[in-house]
Design a protein around this ligand. Structure first.
Ligand SMILES: Cc1cc2nc3c(=O)[nH]c(=O)nc-3n(C[C@H](O)[C@H](O)[C@H](O)COP(=O)(O)OP(=O)(O)OC[C@H]3O[C@@H](n4cnc5c(N)ncnc54)[C@H](O)[C@@H]3O)c2cc1C
Length: 370
């Protein structure tokens, strides 16, 4: 046998072996079923691609998220990056999921930003005049009539805000995929991935592409863990406060988000040191202390949860294909705003992978090559 014949024999042999070992041939494998994984799976369904998702419950950012969306950064009264385009994609995305899964996830919730001083009131009015913020900020000062809320300087009301019940959506989406036999509930073991010229093989599957959507789980991914994720842990408590009677989100030292039945989610902490996803006594104390500045009625803590937000130093998502293994791509870095960002990023990544559409520099992982 000549060396060329030997090589041909070897390729034919491996091809047959892989076909024997991996009987399931699909277009995509997705690793992770948080908001990123759900958004990418939906894009694949829209584009008639076959796929399977691996999910191991190692992370829970999407499961604990408050689920709010809001086009304004409330610390500085500046617009959220690309807010208009994100909202235009995100709202129909969640409405479509409601129709498809026959449940309600998207709730209209107003946000009232409490002012700490006259200076803050003035900053609000100045921001309301700005072209990019006019659609999102109401110029009326809202006086506080609820004796259980501490807001002597009143509040400003935001427009085009709401909440997605991400926990319910994620659980329902899992059941939906299970019924389609498109979910494998186990850890994706990176060292078992095999690469071929234009496909990859993993356990029973042979797929054209693999997309990693692992949130903070990225740290364990040897192909992409050099990317500069700057994760931040967040904790939330759920309180039962029957006297409060509020149907909008109060944004002050913490947010107080009504979720029905006199229950409110209160959050969230930002901890850059603790990398565990377990709730802590310190987190709870911090939230209770801040909450005492916001409301003054009795309440009972009925829940406490925590998760790690997959944030990036420059506060932009991380999308793109692996520089060496072009069968692999990543959709991550959704940070503190996964609800708004995920659907648009999934579309952009799909167009990039399938149609070679370039990714904007600010979201592409290539920005870290420099
Ligand atoms: C306390 C808190 C409050 C928040 N509030 C809001 C909010 O109000 N609004 C908002 O828009 N965003 C909010 N966020 C941020 C939001 O949760 C994130 O932007 C978003 O959920 C990230 O989604 P993801 O899919 O990238 O990551 P994740 O939700 O972490 O999903 C990644 C998934 O991958 C799985 N996985 C990882 N590795 C593997 C592996 N090897 N094999 C198999 N599966 C794997 C994990 O189990 C996980 O399910 C909040 C976050 C926290 C922590």
């Amino acid at each position: 046998m000549t060396p060329a014949e030997k090589q041909e024999f070897f390729y034919a042999f491996s091809f047959n072996l892989i076909n024997y070992l991996c009987p399931m041939t699909i277009d995509y494998i997705i690793v992770g079923l948080g908001l990123a994984g759900i958004a990418f799976a939906e894009e694949l369904i829209k584009q008639n691609k076959s796929f399977v998702v691996f999910e191991d419950d190692s992370q829970n950012s999407s499961l604990v998220a408050g689920g709010m969306y809001n086009p304004v950064i409330l610390k500085r009264f500046t617009p959220v990056w690309n807010a208009k385009e994100q909202l235009e994609t995100a709202l129909p995305f969640y409405d479509h999921l409601e129709t498809k899964l026959g449940e309600t996830y998207h709730h209209q919730v107003d946000i009232y930003r409490t002012f700490k001083s006259v200076e803050e009131q003035n900053n609000w009015f100045t921001a309301c005049d700005k072209l990019l913020l006019q659609d999102y900020m109401d110029p009326e000062l809202v006086k506080n009539n609820n004796k259980f809320i501490n807001a002597p300087y009143g509040s400003g009301k935001l427009r085009q805000t709401g909440r997605v019940d991400v926990n319910k959506l994620a659980k329902d989406y899992r059941s939906f995929l299970k019924k389609q036999h498109a979910l494998v509930e186990s850890k994706f073991e990176y060292d078992q991935l095999m690469f071929f010229d234009d496909y990859i093989a993993y356990q029973d599957f042979k797929a054209g592409k693999i997309v990693f959507c692992e949130g903070f789980g990225l740290k364990e991914n040897p192909f992409f863990n050099q990317l500069p994720m700057q994760e931040v842990k967040g904790e939330l408590i759920t309180i039962h406060a029957p006297d409060l009677k509020v149907d909008y989100l109060i944004k002050s030292a913490v947010f107080v988000l009504p979720i029905g039945y006199d229950l409110y989610k209160v959050g969230a902490t930002f901890n850059w040191k603790d990398k565990t996803k377990s709730p802590t006594e310190a987190g709870k104390e911090e939230l209770e202390l801040k909450l005492s500045d916001v409301i003054n009625c009795d309440y009972q803590i009925v829940g406490h949860s925590a998760g790690i937000r997959p944030t990036v130093k420059d506060r932009r998502p991380m999308l793109g294909m692996h520089p060496k293994y072009t069968q692999m791509a990543i959709l991550n870095g959704l940070g503190t705003r996964g609800v708004m960002v995920a659907p648009l990023m999934a579309i952009k990544l799909f167009q990039h992978i399938e149609n070679g559409k370039p990714l904007d520099e600010e979201i592409s992982i290539k920005r870290f090559d420099k």
